[in-house]
Design a protein around this ligand. Sequence first.
Ligand code: PLP
Length: 824
Amino acid sequence: MATSLTQNFSKEEFKKNVISNCKSLYRKNIEEANDQEVFQAVSYAVKDIIIDKWIATHKQYEKDDPKMVYYMSMEFLMGRALGNNMINLCAYDEIKEALDELGLDINVIEDQEPDAALGNGGLGRLAACFMDSLATLEYPAYGCGIRYKYGMFKQEIKDGYQVEVPDNWLKDGNPFEIKRSEYRYEVKFGGYVRSYRDEKTGRDMFVQEDYRSVIAVPYDIPVLGYGNNTVNSLRIWDAEPVNTFNLNSFDKGDYQKAIEEENLAKNIVEVLYPNDNHYAGKELRLKQQYFFVSASVQRAVDRYKSMNNGDVKNIYKKVTFQLNDTHPTVAVAELMRILMDENGLEWDEAWDITTKTVAYTNHTIMAEALEKWPIELFSRLLPRIYQIVEEINRRFVEEIKAKYPGNQEKVRKMAIIYDGQVKMANLAIVAGYSVNGVAKLHTEILKKQELRDFYEMMPEKFNNKTNGITQRRFLKHANPLLSDWITDKIGDGWVTDLSQLEKLMLYVDDPKAQQDFMQIKYKNKVRLAKYIKENNGIDVDPNSIFDVQVKRLHEYKRQLLNILHVMYLYNQIKRNPDYDMVPRTFIFGAKAAAGYKIAKQTIKLINNVANVINNDASIKGKIKVVFIENYRVSNGEIIFAAADVSEQISTASKEASGTGNMKFMLNGAITLGTMDGANVEIVNEVGAENAQIFGLSSDEVIRFENEGGYDPMEIFNNDQEIRDVLMELINGKYSPEDTEMFRDIYNSLLNNDGGRRADTYFILKDFRSYAEAQRKIDERYRDTNGWAKTVMTNTAKAGKFSSDRTIEEYATEIWKLTKTPVEM
Ligand SMILES: *Cc1c(COP(=O)(O)O)cnc(C)c1O
């Protein structure tokens, strides 16, 4: 019942709590406290409401002992917690009112909270949306991750360049987390494996010796279900040195070892690697992976055993590990190790259990993202784990050879260890009982191309789970005006059943409803314009079309195509001052990985183009270009609500799903995109007439790639307008102080070098088609009713893209979980 909390909520008690928290935390009266202090005081008061449900949830789980999913992820891009917790408690308005009466502005208070930016982009945000849906659907779950001291860096733009600033998100304390010192685990690195024969059992036993270790200590963060009593936990692990826990090293006078262990602990959780869809192969990254996986698996096994009389053989009936990409794949070997070395099981028994416990989600087909660890590094850091992987590989290669006698090609492609490297995706597929892609097209490409050999050998493992997003954060919290309007029209059932949005189809032709819908969009554009003015100092016109591309900066996402088109459009207007167009504001937001040169150059290009265009009065404000600094979940919420056009323009076949596309659609924007990832399913829901699709299909892209690419010089030589734009990259038009500034970008489009095909991402190939699609957007926008109908239809048909639908599919088809409502 969605109002259960509201009935018990006492405004007066809440106000008293806030005041008293302020005193006990800061020795201040509420009037004396600063905004950050008030945020803390309010958050602790909200935590008070949460805590009894949190306790009740874990009591219920102990009583019913339901099967539990452990969602293992290097990343959880949670964003802010306070507003979301208020929403899921169904107490947002009541708390807002209570704060009003204390003279406090809820928006100001929410703005004090740093984003929990423990992730890069889509993959980490997916994990966060899944946590929200699991709790809302009353499924027993833990999120398992790392408590990075520094999350995703804060991006500042200085002179048009990205500058990375450390994100010390814990400096004022995290009011919602609870340290769980009682669940500490030792995690061992390095040393060697000693084997001996156990005289009693006659079995060979293995122990790691002369290792370095750290203590993993978990912090739990509550994850509230919407309108129910479920509060699951996101469990993120911190690292502490062993010697504060066990002074043995000092006792033995092994000072050096103690220092090394202290440094290991300090380093291991220090920072999130800021790479999105890119493998860097750093030793510390593998340490991070084993660190949180080992602690999580140890805890899951202990918890299971304590509830099942120490029996470990049926663990797969109550525990399942979902691997969010290959990053946590060492879980396979760690579970094997625990079952064999610590619980005395034989290989076959342990393998049978492991392969019923672990499941794997693939997030990309791009070669540069595939994790392959050099044997030397892997075996030195994780000697026992490596032995186990070696044996898994030995047995699997036997299987390949039995099935495909004499076919070395099959071994080359599928072996887990090959060519001096440990291939994590192959391990995850071989050991997993489920292998899923994240959108229909992506899963089909996996089956037909990238993982074809595996699919042929084990077709039953493969399945699709199209990604989703939570409407609680990305509509109810992000867009209160639209939420209230929708609820007014169709009731509030959509908050937990997004398919109900379909009822809005009754209104898409209703002129009054269209007007209201567009008025809400306008107000949200005013809100974003205010944010841009405050944060960028740029004036934008809310009457212009807000055309938005926010996502990680990556060549395959093709922000370059977007900005080259802006340059092209600018040329059109300059050539013809009467050029007829609806004023357009091109809005970008994107972080580039710190070491990704061409991505950072693209940010500089966008900013330089913005500078030239925004300061050219002769174009009468027809185009504005804005780069929003430090794109993240919290400002994303403002951005999605304000967009007219959602730019989803990846090279077809490269974007596994995308989830930004869904957030825009839900908030009433039209997708301007390629037939890639979940765009395909969005078009399928709204109908081709309610999207603007352009460009090569994935089949065409894959065919060109198999033929070794295409020749962009042909376009350069024959299309004068494209040629003009490309020449402007190197003639100083956008970099008068240094004409070479954008040379790498120019070269990437036209030159084959370093084994890299010219225009790897088909930007020039798709340019004309994109420009034409942009022209159609302009044309469509002039038809006020037609436009309103289209964007309303996008909202109305967004139901499929709720992460509730996604999680329901995971829970029933992969995990076999039972809903466990919490009684209070
Ligand atoms: C949703 C989201 C993403 C993913 O966006 P895509 O367009 O799917 O790449 C990345 N970052 C943030 C902050 C998000 O909220």
